[in-house]
Every structure is written in structure tokens, then in C-alpha cells.
Write a protein that binds this ligand. Structure first.
Ligand code: UN1
Length: 517
């Protein structure tokens, strides 16, 4: 390991998380095994090899599924508040390991340490949320049309939940799913991104400890590793009633079709193309903070990243100049060093996509107003560091319609009233997050109305990224329609049952049907 990372205590962090040089990539809890090829994890921070993970073979996968199937039979019988207690202990362990895990997230994925720690905080928050929820898995009671009858609906555990997660939130998204699935009585099988397998091993080590301390069986939390083929085993497996997948729209379409082909349930959290509308009544200072964090946070690799600013012509120059001057303050470099705002992209393929986007926006008639470029020299040896760029563009450009996972921000101008801005913002295939900056109540309410934003998330006077776990997270259109984390997102992890109970001595039929024998 490079000394640069050690300088930030990476060696100790890895030790604390139980990461070895070579790690088994398949686990049913405390039992680890793997017979597949080796996956190497290189850090985009310094290009160094962090560790290796053995991938999962079909036979390993079968073992996992058997273990999970068995575990479900007992886990579903445990009272939900007791399962909540397990999740509470998990949250406690995460608090103890927050520093180490945050560092690993930052080192393996490349986001700033602040954001790595923030990601672990999201895990802690969803655990707390799930603990409370474990006593609130409410169904409705209904009045029967028949005398002496009672009706209600209740929620039961669903079974095995398959989780496919992306590199950009290598730990939090797993926990959004697992914390809810566990209190619901489900067992989980997780395939993390091949780009961040060590984060997966670290998380599994943490939960395995909790499961062991509580004498719980193998199979409640399972880990599998490998490429898309390993994911396909789950999507086509009838033993997995719910597949929760985060990633590109391209991937999501394949997952959706495969799972639907066997009438399974999928929860999709796919691409975004998020915009902030800046109206004449916007607070420019707040706009700058929201837009810059949204565009360059996680180096533009959040699904909620701000990609488009739709600015009213009357304040266009003012907002543009303020944002351009804020970009001049950005420090790009090792994300473990808290003086830096922007870390590297995940790999050199992402750098290629970034370069292509910049070339394309120029080719389509856009104008670069903050130059991009790949950084080289001391500290930038991994070749993954790029300069956040800004281009003036138009909403209909093909590249503006496309989600590029990089810090490229497009400035678009609108005139007339807020409906024109809303039309531009909705004029893309994706529908994850959106925001409006305004002090005008009419504009804000119009934006939130049914004629307003068509996204799953619509904010007023905050940016597009950085959602709290308490709300349901997800989006419409090509974002896939799924909802994770807060609000009533838990319902997707359970099956609903409607019960009608007759406590009389006769059997009247509904709808007044007579059927005398
Ligand atoms: C993602 O990018 O997949 O709202 C998730 C946010 C974070 C989660 C992003 N809480 O930006």
C-alpha cells in the first residue's frame, strides 16, 4: 500500500475492518468461502492495489441460496421488534467503525472523506429508522359489509432479497435495503459493485459479528461477488422474490425484464439527470452552494448530482459569474486530505466518458466556460483526477439529455415564466431529483404541483443531492420507479395479506349473493 494512504491511517482502518490481502468474496455470515477468480481492487486515489477478493462460482452461489432459504424459515418467526434489536446493534457497531469504514469508502471509491463519513452516517440513520419501524409495520383495519365479520391487512416477510449495488454509494445503499429487509423478516444476498468489493467485505464483517453475538444462523446476511453474470443468477432465480438494483438505466432495463419474466418484484434506482431551476427570485448565495456541491460532490458521480442549471435570463449572468468564481476555489486532490473538495473519478473509463462529454457538448454548439481536463503529475498518478467543468448549452442537446457520471455542469437559459423552466427540466428521459431556487411562493408551489417537476424528488431552496434517509428515495421514468429508505418504502420488502374473519355461526356471502344448500 502506498505511503500516501498510510499517512491517513488506511492500514489501521483496513485492519479494523478485517480486510486482508486476499479475501473470500462469498459469505453466508460467519462462514466465508469462494472458488471463483480473483478480483483486484485498485484505489482511484493513488492507483495502488488495496486488496483482492475471490469471486463467487455457481456452486458457491447455490450454497448461499440454500443457506438463505433455511435462514428465512427461522428469521421470519422472530418477532419484528427483536429483529429491530439486531439492527440496533448493527447501527451501534457502525458508530464504532464509522471512521474506518468512511476511510475505506473514500479510498476504494474516491469520494471525499467527509462524504465517505456521511455515507456511513446514512447507514447509522437508516438503522435507527428501522429500529423504530420494527414496532410499526402497520396494516389497515377495514369494516366488513357482512355482520360479525372483521377485516384487516397485515404484512408478512417476503423471503430472500437480492441486492445489486453500484460503486458510487458502496455501503449506504446496501444498508438502506438490508435494514428494512431485516426488520421485515427477510434475509439478504448482496452483490456489491466489482469496482468496490472491499467495501462489501467490510460491511459483511461488521454484520457477521452482530449475528454471531446473537447466536443467529448463517444465511441472514449473504455476500456474493463477481461481474454481471453473478447478478444474473439472482435476477433469474425464482427463489429471490425481490431484486433491488441500483445502477445505470441500461442495466436496470435488463434486470426489470428478467425479473418481470418470472413475475418477481424489482426495486430499481437508476440514472438521473437532475436540474436546479434558478428563478429571478432566487437567493444567489444559496444557489451557488447547492449547485456547486450538487455538481462536484462525489466528483459528479451521485445519481442525484446536479447536471443542469436552468437559469432565468434576467439573472443568468449574475448566477453564471458567481458559480464560475466558486469553481475557481475548488481544490482537487487526494480525497482523504480534508483540504480537498474533489477526489478522483472511479477509473480511467470514467475519465474517458468525461472527455467524450466535453468534446460532444462543443461539437453540438455548446461553449465551455470553465475548462475541464485530466490532471497529471504529483498526487494525480492514478490518472483519474479531472477538473470540474461548466458548459453553456441547450436542453435539447443529446449530451445534455444523457447522464454522464462526471463533474460536468450544463448551464441552460430560460425566459418567461417558471413553466418554461419546468418544461426544460422535465424534458429528459430520467426523473430522479430536481430543485427550484426561489423566494416566490407561487413559483415554488407551481414547481411542486402536478404540473410541476415530474421527478421522484423535488426540493425547494436546497440542491438535488444529499437526501435524508427519512424520505422515500427514488425516481420516475427511466430512473425506474423504485423507492428505498424512508417513508413507507418498507412495504416493498413485505407481502401484503388481506384477512377476513367470520365470528358468527352462519356463512353470508359478500355482494349479497345467495347460495343455499
Ligand atoms: C446515489 O447516488 O445512488 O441523496 C444515492 C443523495 C444521497 C444518496 C445518493 N443521500 O445524494
Amino acid at each position: 500500500m502506498a505511503t500516501t494512504a498510510n499517512q491517513f491511517g488506511m492500514q489501521e482502518a483496513l485492519q479494523q475492518l478485517g480486510i486482508k490481502e486476499i479475501n473470500e468474496g462469498t459469505s453466508t455470515g460467519n462462514s466465508w468461502f469462494s472458488n471463483g477468480e480473483i478480483l483486484e481492487s485498485y484505489s482511484p486515489v493513488d492507483g495502488q492495489l488495496i486488496g483482492k477478493v475471490k469471486t463467487t462460482t455457481k456452486e458457491d452461489y447455490e450454497k448461499v441460496m440454500q443457506s438463505a432459504t433455511e435462514a428465512f424459515k427461522t428469521f421470519r418467526m422472530m418477532p419484528a421488534p427483536q429483529r429491530g434489536e439486531i439492527v440496533r446493534q448493527f447501527g451501534q457497531k457502525l458508530r464504532e467503525k464509522k471512521d474506518a469504514l468512511g476511510k475505506l469508502v473514500s479510498y476504494e471509491m474516491g469520494k471525499s472523506l467527509q462524504e465517505g463519513l456521511g455515507e456511513v452516517q446514512e447507514m447509522i440513520d437508516i438503522c435507527d429508522f428501522a429500529v423504530g419501524l420494527s414496532r410499526q409495520l402497520h396494516g389497515f383495519t377495514m369494516h366488513s359489509e357482512r355482520p360479525g365479520h372483521r377485516m384487516y391487512d397485515q404484512y408478512h416477510a417476503l423471503g430472500i432479497v437480492g441486492i445489486i449495488s453500484a460503486f458510487n454509494f458502496p455501503v449506504a445503499v446496501w444498508s438502506w435495503n438490508t435494514a428494512l429487509a431485516w426488520i421485515a423478516g427477510d434475509v439478504c444476498v448482496w452483490k456489491p459493485s466489482e469496482k468496490t468489493p472491499l467495501c462489501g467485505v467490510a460491511c459483511q464483517n461488521i454484520i457477521a459479528e452482530v449475528l454471531k453475538e446473537n447466536n443467529l444462523p448463517e444465511g441472514i446476511s449473504c455476500l456474493i461477488n463477481g461481474d454481471y453474470k453473478v447478478g444474473e443468477w439472482m435476477t433469474s432465480d425464482v427463489r429471490v422474490p425481490l431484486v433491488s438494483a441500483t445502477g445505470s438505466t441500461r442495466m436496470g432495463k435488463i434486470v426489470a425484464q428478467t425479473v418481470a419474466g418470472r413475475l418477481g418484484r424489482s426495486l430499481l434506482e437508476l440514472g438521473g439527470n437532475n436540474a436546479i431551476i434558478v428563478t429571478p427570485d432566487a437567493d444567489v448565495k444559496m444557489t451557488v452552494i447547492g449547485a456547486v456541491f450538487g455538481a462536484v460532490g462525489t466528483a459528479g458521480q451521485r445519481c442525484t448530482s446536479t447536471r443542469r442549471l436552468i437559469i432565468h435570463e434576467s439573472i443568468y449572468d449574475k448566477v453564471r459569474d458567481a458559480i464560475v468564481s466558486a469553481y475557481a476555489q475548488l481544490k482537487i486532490g487526494n480525497p482523504l486530505d480534508q483540504n480537498n473538495h474533489v477526489g478522483p473519478l472511479i477509473d480511467t473509463h470514467a475519465v474517458e466518458m468525461y472527455n467524450k462529454a466535453l468534446a460532444k457538448v462543443i461539437a453540438e454548439g455548446g461553449k465551455i466556460i470553465v475548462e475541464g481536463g485530466v490532471l497529471s503529475g504529483e498526487g494525480y498518478e492514478s490518472g483519474c483526477y479531472v477538473k470540474p467543468a461548466i458548459a453553456e448549452a441547450e436542453g435539447h442537446f443529446e449530451i445534455v439529455q444523457h447522464e454522464t457520471f462526471a463533474p460536468v455542469l450544463y448551464l441552460l437559459k430560460y425566459d418567461g415564466d417558471v413553466d418554461n423552466a419546468i418544461a426544460i427540466q422535465n424534458g429528459v428521459a430520467q426523473g430522479l431529483s430536481s430543485a427550484i431556487m426561489t423566494n416566490n411562493l407561487r413559483e415554488a408551489e407551481r414547481f411542486l404541483s402536478v404540473a410541476g417537476s415530474d421527478c421522484g424528488i423535488a426540493n425547494v431552496n436546497i440542491g438535488t443531492s444529499g437526501a435524508e434517509i427519512g424520505g422515500a428515495f427514488g425516481g420516475e421514468k427511466e430512473t425506474g420507479g423504485g423507492r428505498e429508505s424512508g417513508s413507507d418504502a418498507w412495504k416493498v420488502y413485505m407481502r401484503r395479506q388481506t384477512n377476513t374473519i367470520n365470528y358468527t355461526t352462519s356463512l353470508p356471502l359478500a355482494q349479497g349473493i345467495k347460495f343455499d344448500l
